[in-house]
Design a protein around this ligand. Structure first.
Ligand code: PEP
Ligand code: MG
Length: 756
């Protein structure tokens, strides 16, 4: 009797030899299928490859009619082979012809074979083809035989990906691997990016597929698995798990999976079949990915993607860290493709080389997206499958207007986009021409268009965009991109640089808004929080840790010596917090003046309005501050009880709705009554349609990403604001079920020839 695991090992060894030999691709394939047939004691072994026109073409066979090679074809989903390709699952049958999907291809002469085993040829979860063995007798293929054939299929997938088979395709026909695909997502930042894919976490390329000694390799796998388990336990035992950037629940799921017998058994089996430990992880990961792609249940998809992450970790354990994306040359026109990533990681890329960003996750107000917007990077989010469909270096188009991504685009699509890019460049020129023009509506009402910033990289935009000043300087970004708390001198240096760049234009510095979704990996002070958005964050945290606030305020006071300093407090919930912050500020002012420091000429203190409780103390708040700024991102999140980072909800409720706009109007009216300036600095300010709504309800100062200033200014200059105000008043007076403010605004824009 044949020894169960010796067969596959011998086969893999033979395959390795064949891959190393200098053979013509067809001959290599022919020898591979012959070898598999012999090894698996099958009369037939055939390889079908998926073409870009969704046809599976017979590329090689041992046992079927050799004349059928490159002629026998099945559509995706047709016949047994098509079913395997479409489902990405193996199929094992002792009587193939009884299966409802069986399709008879007369040219192959396969009618004499009864039993059938087919497995998908998978790479990173994508189906590239199908590998089949057949026998005359009615027999059951054992589980270990299925695994063995899958292992061989993985080697073939690598061969296909290396481009080995490209030479066998007929002119005009492409392999599916190179097919163009268009993926739909959500437009997170407008703009068109044309370039080449850079996978943010490049798939670790396993080059060493075959093991020399299965026992030794099993030991390697076990060792990596146990250190993986230990590292997860270690992360879990730390009290500050929330600040490690990894949620406890995810870690707990990882721990469960790392001990999952099914997973571990499949890894061990692949190693016994002759793969290296890393190749085994890649194989099992690829099967998982394929399943994930065919899954609609979001909960299960999420769990599968946890497995995927875990497999990546294991690969890093085995391969010692894996390649670092940034150490490899980043092309001049890089489009970063990532599942998700941190704001700091994006800034690690050379900015001048970035053309676009594609995220499988992310939400329009998450920090990575805010940073992408700040640096003017066309961004599309929620593009499911983007990572596994892409290969480093693939041509790609990011359409941040329609929320589309085109991978390996056809020449006509690429040309159409290149034209769009030229068109946009002309429009940018138009915006630049507007730069020096005053920002005044058609009927003569001045509007302040300010920009949001947070890093030194933003500063050149101040002059380039023609912004009236910096309406929101998010000081926490410096903290978020650093490896440790920025020292007082570094803070002061940045603030001075900002004020110098502003050369007299107003700048509003917001004190650090950390906590919530703004995680500092090095800040060990916080406990895990169930609900970080509602937790110990921003002003709450800094009032409890006054040392942090004092250092920052001192740095700001010093940097603004001889100039005006505008300070703003984030996440204020009650007025007493303003008083307490003011005491700290006053103490710092006294301290600096005692040491004869050059003090700011004027100090203005304001608050963000992000927490709904302030809405019922607006009059008192206005008395306590010099100005306010509405943080519509957080305010909307809290008013509608909708996590701003939750992609499932990102489109569900519309801020341009009667209740939210009424509330925003109430704030601006309270400011007018108290004669205190009101600005709005959330993402709402940056889209022409919502900027228009804000002006229509009374806002005269809004702050947005620099790239939005041109389009918003173009709108302002053409806007008959008096007329719009009347329209908005009427629309907000009615709140019927059918009141559609967005439609109302669009109609108004159309009537007045405004482009939104
Ligand atoms: C906001 O909440 O709208 C805001 C501007 O602050 P951030 O986006 O930094 O939370
Ligand atoms: Mg906020």
């Amino acid at each position: 009797m044949r020894e169960i695991s010796a067969g596959p090992r011998v086969l893999l060894r033979r395959l390795r030899e064949m891959l190393a030999e200098a053979l013509e691709p067809q001959e290599r394939l022919d020898r591979i299928v012959r070898e598999i047939a012999q090894n698996m004691v099958a009369e037939v072994c055939s390889l079908y490859i998926l073409r870009s026109d969704s046809v599976l073409e017979l590329y090689a066979t041992e046992g079927l009619n050799p004349n059928a090679v490159h002629l026998a074809q099945l559509r995706l989903g047709q016949g047994l082979v098509g079913t395997i390709a479409a489902s990405a699952r193996p199929l094992s049958l002792s009587e193939a012809q009884e299966h409802p999907a069986f399709t008879y291809l007369p040219e192959t002469g396969e009618e004499i074979y009864h039993s059938f085993l087919g497995v998908p040829v998978l790479r990173a979860g994508r189906t590239l083809g199908v590998l089949v063995v057949q026998n005359r007798t009615k027999r059951h293929y054992r589980e270990d035989e299925v695994e063995a054939l899958e292992t061989v299929a993985m080697v073939i997938a690598e061969m296909i990906a290396m481009g080995d088979l490209a030479r066998l395709t007929r002119p005009g026909i492409e392999l599916d691997l190179r097919r163009s695909v268009s993926l739909k997502g959500l437009a997170f930042n407008e703009g068109i990016g044309l370039g080449h894919v850079v996978l943010h976490e490049p798939r670790i390329v396993v080059t060493n597929l075959f093991n020399e000694d299965s026992d030794q390799e099993t030991e390697r796998l076990e060792a990596a698995l146990s250190s993986l388990r230990l590292s997860i336990d270690d992360m879990l035992s730390r009290r500050d798990v929330a600040f490690e950037g990894e949620h406890r629940a995810v870690l707990e799921a990882y721990r469960m999976f790392a001990n999952d017998r099914g997973w571990v058994r499949r890894l061990e089996e692949a190693v016994r079949n002759g793969l290296t430990a890393e190749a085994a992880v890649e194989k099992v990961q690829s099967d998982m990915r394929a399943r994930m792609m065919h899954m609609t249940d979001p909960y299960l998809r999420e769990r599968m993607s946890d497995f995927d992450d875990l497999a990546n970790r294991l690969l890093r354990q085995l391969m010692g860290g894996g390649p670092d994306a940034l150490s490899e040359a980043v092309p001049k026109d890089a489009v970063i493709v990532a599942r998700s990533m941190g704001a700091a990681e994006l800034l690690d890329y050379p900015r001048e080389r970035l053309r676009g960003l594609v995220l499988e996750d992310g939400a329009p107000t998450s920090h990575i997206v805010i940073v992408a917007r700040a640096i003017g990077l066309p961004t599309v989010g929620e593009v499911k499958g983007a990572v596994s469909m892409s290969e480093n270096g693939d041509a790609i188009v990011v359409d941040g207007e329609d929320g589309q991504v085109h991978l390996r685009p056809q020449p006509d699509i690429e040309a159409a986009y290149a034209e769009k890019v030229r068109f946009r460049a002309r429009r940018q020129q138009h915006y630049r021409a507007l730069r020096e023009k005053p920002s005044v509506t058609k009927d003569g009402i001045p509007v302040d268009l300010m920009m949001n910033a947070g890093l030194a990289v933003d500063l050149p935009q101040l002059a380039q965009s023609g912004a009236a000043g910096i309406g929101l300087f998010r000081t926490e970004l410096q903290f978020m991109v650093a490896l440790t708390f920025p020292r007082a001198e570094a803070q002061e240096r940045l603030y001075r640089e900002v004020l110098d760049a502003a050369s007299g234009k107003p700048v509003t510095f917001r004190t650090v808004d950390i906590g919530g979704d703004k995680v500092l990996p090095y800040f060990k002070g916080a406990q895990h929080e169930e609900n970080p958005a509602l937790g110990w964050r921003a002003i709450r945290l800094t009032l409890d840790r006054p040392g942090l606030l004092r250092t920052q305020i001192r740095a700001l006071l010093k940097a603004a010596g001889g100039r005006e300093l505008r300070l703003m407090l984030p996440m204020v919930t009650e007025i007493d917090e303003v008083h307490r912050a003011r005491e700290i500020i006053d103490r710092e002012v006294r301290h600096l003046s005692r040491f004869a420091h050059h003090l700011p000429t004027r100090l203005k203190l304001g608050t963000m309005i992000e927490v709904p409780s302030l809405l019922w103390q607006l009059d008192e708040l206005m008395q306590a501050v010099d100005f306010v700024s509405v943080g519509s991102n957080d305010l909307f999140q809290f008013v509608t009880a909708t996590d701003r980072g939750n992609t499932r909800l990102s489109d569900r409720f519309d801020p341009l709705s009667v209740p939210f706009l009424r509330l925003l109007r109430q704030i601006v009216q309270a400011g007018q009554a108290a004669n205190k300036p009101v600005t709005l600095c959330g993402e709402l300010a940056g889209r022409p349609i919502s900027a228009m709504a804000l002006l229509g309800i009374g806002y005269r100062s809004i702050s947005m990403a620099a790239a939005s200033i041109g389009p918003v200014k173009a709108l302002v200059c053409e806007l008959p604001l008096g007329e719009l105000t009347e329209r908005m008043d009427t629309a907000l007076a009615n709140h019927g079920a059918k009141t559609d403010i967005r439609a109302e605004l669009t109609a108004f824009a159309k009537e007045h020839g405004l482009s939104l």
